[in-house]
Design a protein around this ligand. Structure first.
Ligand SMILES: Nc1ncnc2c1ncn2[C@@H]1O[C@H](COP(=O)(O)OP(=O)(O)O)[C@@H](O)[C@H]1O
Ligand SMILES: [Mg+2]
Length: 365
């Protein structure tokens, strides 16, 4: 038995998806092979402060469906690169609290999934799970993501971008003419359906913009797409693999935050999705192509609409998908023959492989 890998699990975080992240982290910690990994739990509060969290207490407290991260002691910690290792230190007195080998940022949304944390870890030369800076940033931004997909000839829905300081330039009448009704209004950089509304009237459209601009200064307004929601999980770096496709059937008006996390019967998951062999082949290829076009690495859940005409329209990618036991990403791989624990193993290996690849590059002439 080799030396255990010290896996730093970063959870919580500064985004509106803080609570979801806690749920994902909890499941990952529970599933980890404790013979292979030593878990170092690092909780980030809404203000962005880091705290060391003790795993046993964290797990004991798993009754609450959507818990908030509770600070268990007042000592904040920081990661510092020094003397060849990446150490955690107590910020008050620089006391050494041990090191980490690989970090798994189990953070959803801005600051965690958008390249920000990835950039910090990269600067500190820490190996980390999931996409690199660019893929994370691109995958988070629904506007930039769509432009890259369009450039690659992958089908996307009609949309337009509205910047907060130019809001007056995009009237309801214009949107109605260009995109038809209803429209979906979304913060460009967020997830879990936070800040998303469907709007049919001018009043609802303006209210939807107000709501979305609470979360981002850039908003996308999308044409409504009628279709089944088909999702594919992707795993790998240069040569990723795709899972079997799954289907989400929201029982609400759309797959809202409530349908995802609050209402237990908010949505049905069908794995594998009921598709023809040809459709399965097509959507898996499209998922891998999208993943590569968007410069992603490690993992990604690629979500499509399947229209009544039989076209797969790419909706979005999640570079740190939900990771609870009942989440689509791990379930899709389970149905494809990769267990939850093995999935985490593979993700850690991919993180190490990428780091080695990057280490091999010259940084001087
Ligand atoms: N253009 C659209 N047409 C129809 N339904 C949509 C559209 N965009 C989003 N939805 C619905 O809203 C949900 C959340 O939107 P999505 O783009 O996936 O945002 P998030 O990143 O928050 O998950 C989707 O799962 C779907 O149910
Ligand atoms: Mg989504």
């Amino acid at each position: 038995m080799g030396k255990k890998i010290k896996l730093g699990v970063l959870f919580g975080g500064r985004s509106a998806e803080h609570e979801v992240s806690i749920q994902s982290a909890r499941n990952i910690v529970e599933a980890l092979d404790k013979d292979k990994y030593e878990v170092v739990l690092i909780g980030i509060d809404h203000a962005g402060q880091w705290y060391l969290n003790d795993a046993s207490r964290f797990l004991l407290d798993s009754s609450n469906a959507l818990p908030a991260f509770e600070v268990q002691n007042e000592d904040t910690v920081a990661l510092v690169p020094r003397g060849g290792s990446r150490d955690l230190v107590r910020t008050s007195d620089n006391a050494d609290l041990g090191s980490v080998d690989v970090v798994f940022p189990v953070l959803h949304g801005p600051y965690g999934e958008d390249g920000a944390v990835q950039g910090m870890l990269k600067l500190f030369d820490v190996q980390f799970v999931g996409g690199d800076v660019l893929g994370s940033a691109v995958g988070m931004d629904k506007d930039v993501m769509k432009r890259l997909l369009r450039d690659a000839g992958i089908a996307i829905g009609d949309y337009r971008t509205v910047l907060r300081h130019k809001r007056g330039e995009v009237s309801f009448e214009q949107v109605k003419e260009e995109l038809g009704l209803p429209v979906f209004v979304k913060p460009a950089n967020l997830g879990s359906s936070v800040g998303i509304s469907k709007a049919e009237t001018e009043e609802a459209y303006e209210a939807a913009l107000d709501e979305a601009f609470n979360y981002d200064t850039k908003v996308v307004v999308e044409a409504f797409i009628e279709g089944r929601e088909i999702e594919v999980a992707v795993l790998g770096n240069e040569e990723p693999i795709a899972s079997v496709p799954g289907e989400v059937t929201p029982h609400h008006d759309f797959y809202s935050y409530e349908a995802k996390y609050i209402d237990e019967k908010g949505a049905g998951l069908k794995i594998p999705a009921n598709l023809t062999e040809e459709q399965v082949r097509q959507v898996r290829d499209l998922a891998i192509e999208s993943f590569l076009v968007l410069c992603c690495e490690g993992m990604g859940r690629v979500d499509f609409f399947l229209t009544p005409e039989g076209i797969f329209v790419m909706n979005e990618i999640n570079t740190i998908p939900g990771f609870t036991r009942i989440s689509m990403y791990p379930k899709l791989f389970e149905a494809s023959g990769i267990s939850y624990a093995e999935l985490i193993d593979r993700l850690v290996k991919l993180a190490i492989a990428r780091h080695e690849r990057q280490q091999g590059l010259k940084t001087r002439r």
